[in-house]
Ligand binder design. Structure first.
Ligand SMILES: [Fe+2]
Ligand SMILES: [Fe+2]
Length: 142
């Protein structure tokens, strides 16, 4: 069954893979490749956050009336993740492997916990309360 949970969980996996690829190139000191892969990783992650912030969260809040709950926590964590990606981007421009890996590790801990909460709690609640096909179609346009 193709629902919100499967659609967005698949994007989490894709972003994880792009990050892992960027990290491999950092360790190999292939900075030109790092720049390309990191940019794709950053773009895909931000597009995913936008699908949640512009479509999914408002739909969930509108339907359930839960405004100050999980969606607020998720928005806050997106902001933290974006700050860490900025730090990683700066480290790449400065060719600083240590700073990249340190920010990357913090990012991965944050995002793994974030994704787990979405995949196990928030997305299933969204599938339950919303029309999955309609929401996925809207998110596809972002
Ligand atoms: Fe999220
Ligand atoms: Fe997500």
């Amino acid at each position: 069954m193709f629902d919100i949970t499967h659609y967005l969980t698949e994007e989490h996996r894709e972003c994880d893979e792009l990050y892992a690829e960027a990290e491999r190139f950092v360790n190999a000191k292939k900075w030109d490749e790092v720049e390309k892969v990191f940019e794709r990783f950053r773009e895909e992650t931000i597009r995913h956050f936008r699908k949640e912030e512009e479509i999914l969260f408002p739909e969930f809040e509108g339907r359930t009336g839960i405004l100050m709950g999980p969606t607020q926590v998720m928005r806050l964590e997106h902001a933290q993740a974006k700050e860490l990606m900025d730090r990683m981007g700066k480290a790449i421009r400065e060719r600083n492997r240590e700073v990249f890996l340190s920010a990357g590790e913090t990012f991965m801990i944050l995002i793994q916990q974030h994704n787990m909460k979405e995949e196990q709690i928030l997305y299933p609640m969204c599938d339950q309360h919303l029309d999955p096909a309609e929401i996925v179609e809207k998110m596809e346009k972002i």
